[in-house]
Design a protein around this ligand. Sequence first.
Ligand code: HEM
Length: 149
Amino acid sequence: MSISFYDEVGGHETFVRLVDAFYRGVAEDPVLRPMYPEEDLAPAKERLTLFLEQYWGGPSTYSQERGHPRLRMRHAAFHVNPDARDRWLAHMRAAVDELALPPLQDATLWDYLQRAAFAMVNTFEPSGIGPAADGRAATSFPLSPPSPH
Ligand code: HEM
């Protein structure tokens, strides 16, 4: 029987440490912090921990509680532009560093996080969509022809 990456890196305790360190960075980030709808970051922390644990072969609690991840869809309400992505990744890099994993495990985790973060980008506009944007339209250019007067 092969051991999961989840177990290999130290199981629940490792993912809790990773996500705690990540959210310490987010809490101080002037662009990312306002995107989080809740005053308290603890529920968001819990969701990311459960998701990552499930992804890497740990318990499937995330899907039991939240259903299919559909991460692109769940991020559609947020303004994930390259700046947000790079900030997200910078906090994640610092968090992965804190784990001080062996090089191969570090590279495996980091490669995934980078690909996932690039895949989550949903706009190249500097600002404009999502709850942090005071309800402005989802895009600044028309996606349908102007209606006839
Ligand atoms: C690229 C930049 C990203 C930004 C700015 C961002 C931002 C956010 C925000 C504002 C939320 C809502 C907080 C909540 O209610 O949970 C959220 C949720 C979440 N994000 Fe991200 N995210 C990014 C990338 C990622 C990546 C790469 C992953 C996975 C590897 C991820 C996984 C999640 C998960 C699992 C949730 C909770 C979904 C749910 O069950 O509702 N995010 N993200």
